[in-house]
Write a protein that binds this ligand. Structure first.
Ligand code: UDX
Length: 441
């Protein structure tokens, strides 16, 4: 058992707190936000993440987790300090490291002796010099980079079953001590230097973004030639060189990581690879996916002004209440700007919208309520509950008959049978090929 301090009670910090407590450690979480900390002490998490409340509850019951706004208290007797603070994008795509620098400076000032091993989980601006080594330069601290690969909505699962753990440090002993914390998870461990560890996170997210833009382009070609999107995805994903993940076409990627990390890797490519063409194309394809929906509606109606459009989903993907860089939100925004009457429903996102946007949207309490009298309906987030909606009820509630399935929620035949005209990113073929099975042969 080790005493571990965690700085930053966000999407990463709280998962690590609850996860490391479950592995038997004593956790002390520090955050400067008093309201967040007060809620967390009572087991209230300020964001939605499946399975996390239950895991946190167990840690609290066993008295393995404490929360504080005091660095001195949080760092007391800590053997490790995990730094999990945000590093948002700046206008030019590079990362804003000011929260990280502030957290490092407080740790340096308030850590006791012996000093804890500093484990950085925040994404740092790679290639701009080592921030941590610049700040922890008095010989007391070992510094380890340990990028996080948790995906929102499945973060608890990802914590306990990581595909790999990457540890970058110039201090081998510290690296091995951090590796030992992860030993119970039985994941492959890559022990390397800090720059490599940090870049591995950007490169992985750059690749995932590229895969999604690839899938979106491929699906348009499939539409043109009359190929079946689902069969195609299955055929591709069974090739182990390609792999199944992140091949779903739809409204493109959003969230706090992929867009930001793509911008960061593009900025590195411009400096060190001579050009950022590859990532520029990935980004363009992604933006076009969102625009296609609005263009299609504009083509269809002449103008969307005055039309009622129902948007199902606001989160950037299912199983999260995060709306950062959400394609659903971007589409709702564009339609509202074009003076459509936009009725939105999301099963979890509630009140987290910017007031400027919130005033332009009609918030509905259910999918059917959003659909009432709508000219068109857009499925914009891949919430599983949308796939289970009764298409007949939706259709009857609506005035128009256009359904834009931006997330492949429905089977095309059922949609058309319910009387809808379908615009889909996933199963666009009008005549659906025979169902594709997977046989062992
Ligand atoms: C991602 C990485 O997966 C994770 O390892 C990293 O730590 C943080 O960034 P996250 O942003 O939580 O995680 O979500 P992810 O599941 O990767 O999805 C990102 C976006 O791509 C979402 O908007 C999602 O809807 C979209 N997406 C994902 C697709 O459009 N198609 C897919 O096949 C997969």
């Amino acid at each position: 058992m080790s005493v571990i301090a965690i700085v930053g009670a966000g999407h990463v910090g709280v998962v690590y707190a609850a996860g490391l407590a479950e592995l038997g450690h004593q956790i002390q979480v520090v955050d400067i936000d008093e309201r967040r900390i007060a809620g967390l002490r009572e087991g209230r998490i300020w964001f939605y993440e499946p399975g996390l409340p239950e895991l946190l509850e167990r840690g609290l019951k066993r008295r393995r987790i404490t929360f504080t706004t005091s660095y001195a208290d949080g760092l007391r007797r800590a053997r490790f300090v995990f730094v999990c603070v945000p590093t948002p994008s700046t206008a030019d795509g590079s990362l804003d490291d000011s929260y990280l620098r502030a957290a490092f400076a407080r740790i340096r000032a308030e850590a006791g002796r012996p000093a804890p091993i500093v484990v950085n989980k925040s994404t740092v601006p790679v290639g701009t010099g080592d921030i941590a080594e610049g700040i922890f330069d008095d010989g007391r601290f070992a510094v380890v980079s340990n990028p996080e690969f948790l995906a929102e909505g499945r973060a608890v699962e990802d914590f306990f079953h990581p595909a790999r753990v990457v540890i970058g440090t110039h201090d081998r002993t510290a690296g091995e001590l951090v590796a030992a914390l992860y030993a119970p998870l039985r994941a492959p461990i890559v022990l390397t230097d800090p720059v490599t560890a940090e870049f591995s996170k950007l490169a992985a997210n750059g690749f995932l973004a590229m895969k999604i833009s690839f899938a979106n382009t491929i699906s348009k070609i499939a539409e043109g030639i009359g190929a079946d999107g689902e069969g195609l995805a299955k055929a591709l994903s069974l090739d182990p060189r390609i792999g199944a993940g992140h091949l779903r076409p739809g409204l493109g990627y959003g969230g706090s990581c992929l867009p930001k990390d793509l911008a960061a890797i593009a900025s590195l490519a411009r400096r060190f690879a001579g050009s950022a063409d590859l990532f520029g194309a990935v980004d363009r394809v992604n933006r076009e996916q969102r625009l296609r929906v609005v263009e299609m509606l504009t083509d269809r109606f002449g103008t969307v002004a005055g039309r009622r459009i129902a948007v199902l989903g606001l989160a950037f993907k299912a199983n999260t209440d995060d709306v950062r860089e959400s394609p659903a939100l971007a589409i709702a925004r564009q339609l509202a700007d074009l003076h459509a009457r936009v009725a939105v429903y999301d099963p979890v996102v509630n009140g987290q919208l910017h007031p400027d946007l919130a005033k332009d949207l009609i918030r509905s309490r259910s999918a059917v309520a959003a659909a009432r009298n709508a000219d068109a309906l857009i499925v914009a987030t891949d919430w599983p509950e949308f796939s289970a909606l009764d298409l007949g009820s939706l259709r009857r509630a609506m005035k128009g008959d256009l359904l834009v399935d931006g997330r492949g929620a429905f089977d095309a035949t059922s949609v058309r049978r319910a009387g809808f005209e379908l615009f889909s990113f996933v199963a666009p073929a009008r005549t659906r090929p025979a169902p594709v099975g997977v046989s062992a042969a």
